[in-house]
Each structure stands twice: as structure tokens, then as C-alpha cells.
Design a protein around this ligand. Structure first.
Ligand SMILES: Cc1cc2nc3c(=O)[nH]c(=O)nc-3n(C[C@H](O)[C@H](O)[C@H](O)COP(=O)(O)OP(=O)(O)OC[C@H]3O[C@@H](n4cnc5c(N)ncnc54)[C@H](O)[C@@H]3O)c2cc1C
Length: 378
């Protein structure tokens, strides 16, 4: 016979979206069980990204619509602040050790966007830049700024988060297959045991496997788009992290003795999740790296590719920027976090929604919490 486990919320997926949602919900006092199909946490995109803790620097400039750009940048800064404050052990570089390079022609617009999104920046003079100039090429028409972006050790961040979750009593079922759902019971099996999870709410945070997970959970389907992009990992190519802000420029974040480098924009739509590397794109990326970092030794470079998801509001909507929480049932949501750095923000959105749906947990409601009920029909 299956063991029955009781919990308030089942979170499906132990990537950063799922872990952060479990964090918020357990802090609110809900009992949480995480169901992860892989034998270890962080099996999807969260362990194959650039480890760039965004300070809003890039997105404040790259997103065409100014208002949306500022919103993405502020969500990033929210995560950037929280992750540094709570998980300082995982931050890999000192503050002020990243440089953003932007075209002089766009300086006025860029500076006003950074001001609006409260993105920290200090213009670097040639002499301030001098100590890294031998490693980094800056064009005559470009300006360099010290910015707040950081590298983060993603496995260590996950380990710290998981330790906190376990201390708070969150149960994490690894290698767990979802077998089906009936009413408020989710049927799950690990290699050794089968469980019926009696729950009040489901949070689906399954990343690029969202569509499949919705089917397993027997909740209404959410269609996501899949975007593949590439990274190159090489022995450190410059002493500080450096990124240009134009689309086809290299964005490099240092992690100890290594640099992870991607294009700002190389995401292309794919029809299935894949880690396959497109050699043409990877060659172009290495060219962009060589241009910006003429001394880079790419002989030992490793090329990887991974997929991120977004939810297509309309055909041309901006990719990967739309943090989404989609309520698919009264007691189920699907969450797409946008960037890893935005996961703390999206977890807050999920926590507020669950709190509203599950009730106030023994706390007196405010007048505004009862306003809609008492004014229905009036
Ligand atoms: C190449 C690349 C570089 C990136 N670089 C950065 C960066 O530098 N900084 C940044 O902020 N963001 C970056 N991102 C985005 C970021 O990595 C993702 O937005 C984030 O990791 C997504 O987290 P997630 O938890 O939603 O998904 P995932 O990390 O994919 O986690 C989903 C989890 O759900 C599990 N799962 C799936 N289906 C089921 C099921 N049926 N049952 C149980 N478990 C299931 C999976 O095994 C997985 O562990 C990058 C993305 C890519 C592709």
C-alpha cells in the first residue's frame, strides 16, 4: 500500500523557480513537498546557465520598450539583492568587478534608462580601465562602465537553499515520477517507494518540460516556447567580468578560474528540449569572444547549449523576459521564472497567490482582503 504524505503545497521541479517558491511558501508556514524527477536538484536549465547574477544593467538597455526594460531590470535587482544578502557565500566576485561596454552613440539614452531603473554604474576613465585593457578590446566608439553584475556559484546557491528548506521541514522527493492525480491526491513513485501526496495546492515549476509535466499532473496544458542558446566555458579570459550590451556581443562572467561566455542574443526557437550544440553558432560565439578578448585561450574551451522557456503572449512577444504565473486551476499554478535572477521575484508572486487562495492561516484578514467578497453584486 502507498504511504500517504500530507502537505499544503506540492512543488513540481527543483530548479531555481521551484526551490524559490518552496522557500517562500515554507516561510509562510505552509508544509511543502518538492517532487523532482531527476536524481538530484537543478537538473534542467538552472545548472546549465551562465551564472550571471544580473543587476539590471543589460536588460534596462536591451529591452526595446522602456517601461518593460525598467520592469525587468527592477525584478533582476530584487533577486540580485536578495541572493547576495542571504547567500553571500555563493557570490564569486567582489562588487564593482564587472564592466559593461556600450556604444558612445547611445550613451544619453542608456544613462537615462539606467537612472530610471536605478542600475548602478560608474564611468571608467582610460587609466581606470588600464589594468584590464590588455585583455579587453574596447572600440574607439565605445565607453566602459563599472557595474554591479556578479557571478554566482549556482550549485552552491542551490545547496544553501536546499539546506534551509530541509531545516524548515520541506520534504524533497528526488527521482520521483508522477503517476497521476485523483482529487487532492497526487500519486508519485521513487525507486523505492510509492506515495499518495494529499495536498491543497500544486505549483508546477518544470522549466522546459512544463507541457509534459502539466499532462502528468492532469492540469490544463500551458504551451511554452523553447529557445536554445549557447555558452562557451574557457580558462579565465580577463581579470574582471566584461560584457558588451549590443545583441551580437559577448557577455562574459567570471567564475573562479573560469569564464562562461554567451552571446547577449543568440536564442533561436527549437521544437524540442535539446542540449545539442549548433557548431555554426558556437563558432560565431568564439569569434565574438576572440574579438573582445584578443588574448583568450580557447584551445580548452567547452561548448554547451541549453534551452529556456517563455510563454508566448503573442507571436512576436519578447522572448524569455516574461516572468509568468499562470493560474490553471483554483488550486494549481504554472510558474515560468524568466531569468534565474528573477526567481525570487516570481516566487513572491506565487506565494501571494497561494496565500490568497488557501486563506490567511489563522491571521485576521484586513478590510481590503474581504472587500471583494462583501461587495460582490453591489
Ligand atoms: C544558455 C542559458 C544561459 C542562461 N544564463 C542565465 C544567467 O546567467 N542568469 C540568469 O539569471 N538566467 C540565465 N538563464 C535563464 C535561467 O537559467 C532559467 O530561467 C532558470 O534556470 C529556469 O529555472 P526553472 O526552475 O524554471 O527551470 P529548470 O532549471 O529547468 O528546472 C526545472 C526542474 O523541473 C524538473 N522537472 C521537469 N518535469 C518534471 C516532472 N514531470 N516531475 C518532476 N520534476 C520535473 C526538472 O528535472 C528540473 O530539475 C539562462 C538560460 C540559458 C538557456
Amino acid at each position: 500500500m502507498n504511504s500517504t504524505l500530507l502537505c499544503d503545497v506540492v512543488v513540481v521541479g527543483a530548479g531555481f523557480a521551484g526551490l524559490m517558491c518552496a522557500d517562500r511558501l515554507s516561510r509562510l508556514g505552509y508544509t511543502v513537498t518538492i517532487v523532482e524527477k531527476a536524481p538530484a536538484a537543478l537538473a534542467g536549465t538552472s545548472s546549465r546557465n551562465e551564472g550571471w547574477l544580473h543587476a539590471g544593467t543589460y536588460h534596462a538597455l536591451s529591452v526595446r520598450d522602456r517601461r518593460e526594460a525598467a520592469a525587468v531590470a527592477k525584478r533582476c535587482r530584487f533577486g540580485w539583492e536578495e541572493i547576495q544578502r542571504r547567500f553571500s557565500e555563493c557570490v564569486e566576485a567582489e562588487k564593482g568587478k564587472a564592466v559593461a561596454i556600450l556604444p558612445e552613440a547611445k550613451l544619453a539614452e542608456s544613462l537615462s534608462r539606467w537612472e530610471e531603473a536605478r542600475v548602478g554604474h560608474v564611468r571608467l576613465s582610460a587609466s581606470q580601465f588600464g589594468h584590464i585593457a590588455e585583455h579587453v578590446r574596447v572600440g574607439a566608439d565605445e565607453a566602459a562602465f563599472a557595474v554591479d553584475d556578479l557571478g554566482i556559484n549556482t550549485p552552491m546557491l542551490a545547496a544553501s537553499l536546499i539546506a534551509e528548506l530541509r531545516n524548515r521541514g520541506v520534504r524533497i522527493l528526488l527521482g520521483a515520477r508522477i503517476l497521476g492525480r485523483s482529487d487532492d491526491l497526487l500519486h508519485v513513485a521513487t525507486a523505492d517507494e510509492a506515495f499518495d501526496l494529499a495536498h491543497r495546492f500544486i505549483v508546477c515549476a518544470a522549466g522546459f518540460e512544463t507541457e509534459r509535466a502539466c499532462a502528468d499532473l492532469e492540469i490544463p496544458p500551458v504551451q511554452v516556447r523553447l529557445w536554445r542558446s549557447h555558452l562557451v566555458t574557457a580558462p579565465k579570459v580577463a581579470p574582471v567580468s566584461v560584457f558588451g550590451v549590443a545583441p551580437q556581443q559577448a557577455a562574459m562572467i567570471n567564475h573562479g578560474a573560469w569564464s562562461i561566455i554567451g552571446f547577449n542574443e543568440d536564442a533561436t526557437l527549437v521544437d524540442r528540449p535539446t542540449f545539442d550544440v549548433d557548431p555554426v553558432i558556437a563558432d560565431r560565439l568564439e569569434e565574438a569572444v576572440r574579438w573582445r578578448f584578443p588574448k583568450a585561450d580557447l584551445s580548452a574551451a567547452r561548448r554547451t547549449a541549453c534551452v529556456k522557456v517563455d510563454y508566448a503572449v503573442h507571436e512576436n512577444s519578447v522572448r524569455s523576459l516574461n516572468v509568468r504565473m499562470l493560474p490553471v486551476l483554483d488550486n494549481a499554478v504554472v510558474v515560468l521564472p524568466g531569468k534565474m535572477t528573477e526567481a525570487p521575484y516570481s516566487a513572491n508572486v506565487v506565494a501571494s497567490h497561494v496565500f490568497e487562495m488557501l486563506g490567511q492561516g489563522g491571521v485576521t484578514a484586513r478590510p481590503i482582503d474581504t472587500y471583494e467578497l462583501t461587495n460582490q453584486g453591489s
